[in-house]
Design a binder for this molecule. Structure first.
Ligand code: AMP
Ligand code: ZN
Length: 314
């Protein structure tokens, strides 16, 4: 019988209890020994890249400037961005050996003895990008006043967040595609509204079940509690949520963020009228949407609904 067999319910794997177990058993993701850090199979990557191309088609009219930053960013600019005030627990820094022969010998000795060789590492001038748009704002500020129509950027980068989890949709290293709008409050608010509608259409095109909800970022600590409430009250963040890990738990796959003048003030970005620029971004969780597609349409991509196949493979 050609029943619609979804891969997480594959009877071949009787010992796989969790979604993550299934993904690894089916070689969709490749284990590295670290939660939230995986290799991607060719099959996974093919779907992800097709989804990336679909986003480009949805955003074609934006005539966005494309920039691909590497997954590391300038530490001094990261410090200035304010990220450490809000999310110190998620940040990742790059350290490296900066010693002489003697230090090298001592490093190897410590390693041999099972000690902590990392204590001798020094912070470099690079940190890991926490979101695709963080390296962008200082670049835009450097260009001087915005043109009257503002600017739109198309970004995609591997991002790091220190949030190890057994939920395969919560990775420590994952790709985020973004469109970022920088301009007057009117331009930016309209952009976000337009992308919320488009984002829903995109997910409908992929025939995934979803809901839309107001959301907040995971601001750290006691002060963070107020930030979360205020972000929600003002409706500054919305998400498109799709069940991935389980039916009960919905995962944010797309997010629509209005930063008001936060980055404009931080970086001194000015509009053509010499007012502080406002910014907004739409973020696409590349791995999350890919996982959602496998979850809801099954392991065999050739058996996916005709229209979904057409949208991805043409
Ligand atoms: P955020 O800046 O938190 O709104 O993230 C933008 C998008 O990246 C979200 O809508 C998610 O789809 C995706 N994302 C965020 N955190 C993770 C994670 N830990 N693993 C995979 N995708 C993520
Ligand atoms: Zn962003």
């Amino acid at each position: 019988i050609a029943s619609k067999r979804t891969w997480w319910g594959n009877p071949m794997c009787m010992t796989c209890n969790t979604l993550l177990d299934r993904l690894i058993a089916e070689e969709i993701l490749v284990e590295t020994g670290i939660d939230g850090l995986y290799g991607r199979s060719g099959k996974f990557e093919d779907v992800l890249l097709r989804f990336d191309a679909l986003i480009s088609r949805f955003g074609d009219d934006q005539k966005a400037d494309v920039i691909r930053f590497p997954p590391g960013m300038n530490r001094a600019l990261f410090e200035k961005s304010g990220y450490l005030k809000s999310f110190p627990d998620l940040a990742g820094t790059v350290h490296s050996f900066a010693g002489n022969d003697k230090d090298h010998a001592s490093l190897l000795e410590t390693l041999e003895g099972g000690g902590d060789w990392t204590t001798g590492q020094k912070a470099t001038d690079i940190v890991l990008a926490p979101a695709a748009c963080y390296p962008l704002y200082p670049v835009v500020a450097r260009k001087g006043k915005l043109p009257a129509q503002g600017r739109v950027y198309d970004l995609n980068s591997y991002c790091f967040r220190r949030e190890p989890s057994k939920d395969p949709a919560r990775m420590q290293m994952f790709r985020m595609r973004e469109y970022v709008r920088i301009g007057t409050p009117g331009q930016v608010v309209e952009f976000r509204q337009m992308w919320m509608e488009r984002g829903k259409k995109l997910i409908e095109t992929l025939q995934l079940p979803y809901t839309v909800d107001v959301a907040n970022d995971p601001f750290f600590g006691r002060a963070g509690r107020m930030m979360k409430a205020s972000q929600r009250d003002q409706g500054l963040k919305f998400e498109v949520l799709v069940p991935i890990e389980s039916v009960e738990k919905r995962t944010a796959c797309l997010s629509f963020n209005y930063h008001q003048d936060h980055f404009g003030v931080t970086w001194g970005i000015r509009t053509a009228q010499d007012e502080t620029a406002h910014t907004a971004c739409v973020g696409f969780g590349m791995e999350r949407v890919t996982l959602a597609l496998f979850k809801h349409h099954g392991l065999d991509t050739s058996a996916w609904p005709e229209d979904v196949r057409k949208a991805l493979w043409g």
